[in-house]
Design a binder for this molecule. Structure first.
Ligand SMILES: [Cu+2]
Length: 227
């Protein structure tokens, strides 16, 4: 969970999140190395009084290097980024499908795989009805309960305006668009709780439609949802 003194991304709860975290760090590091190299080179060149352009006539090797090296650097950003994008979108085989529907201003979840009675609306808890230790603006009345060690497919859609179903501690975020199903692979290896919020400005109560997913064992999952 994000705290007031947090730097960087949240600690991740799943494999995709860790990969996203590493890729983010790599991008920042690469940007920093290029910034320092270019700034130092410019300063040294200016300070020494020897102007590179003044003595430059031509060098095919130099031109080759300053074309190929940035090309490889860009590929080192693009290739893992594409892999991550496809990985986040998920594969084709799932154990469970959950439909996430954004409304103004709450989320509803449908677990149609196991018949009727599994649908729920998830509203933010009023601050006065919070229990001690509950999180203001994050706790909901009906949490989405999902089993861990399971390949879950989330199909995200909206019934009115654009919303975005975002779970930062899983490194995942998908826009909820009216009339379009976006899919996302959720897979977590241990029990726990993940919180998120709508991440698309969707109206006056945009800040008040949090997301809470509880990861439990299959036994607890099956008993929690049969009602
Ligand atoms: Cu929203």
């Amino acid at each position: 969970m994000s705290m007031f003194n947090s730097l960087g991304l949240q600690d991740c709860f799943n494999n995709i999140g860790v990969e996203v975290f590493l890729f983010h760090d790599y991008c920042l590091l690469l940007g920093l190395v290029i910034l320092v190299a270019v700034s130092l080179g410019s300063l040294l060149s200016l300070g020494s009084g020897v102007y590179f352009v003044g003595v430059y006539s031509s060098s095919e090797l130099l031109e080759l290097v300053w074309t190929v090296v940035p090309g490889f650097l860009l590929m080192s950003l693009g290739v893992p980024s594409l892999f991550l994008m496809y990985y986040i979108e998920g594969g084709f085989k799932y154990d469970l499908t959950v439909k996430v529907l954004g409304h103004q201003w709450y989320w509803s979840y449908e677990l149609g795989d196991y018949g009727e009675g599994w649908d729920l609306d998830s509203y933010m808890m009023d601050v006065n009805s919070l229990e001690v230790g509950g999180y203001r603006l994050l706790c909901v009345d009906n949490s989405l309960v999902l089993p861990y060690l399971t390949k879950v497919r989330a199909l995200v859609m909206s019934s009115d305006v654009l919303h975005s179903w975002a779970l930062p501690s899983l490194g995942l975020k998908t826009d909820a668009c009216p009339g379009r199903l976006n899919s996302m692979g959720l897979s977590v290896g241990r029990p726990g709780s993940t919180f998120g919020q709508c991440s698309e400005i969707c109206g006056v109560n945009h800040s008040f439609m949090p997301i809470h997913v509880e990861w439990v064992s299959w036994e607890a999952f099956l008993s929690s949802c049969v009602s």
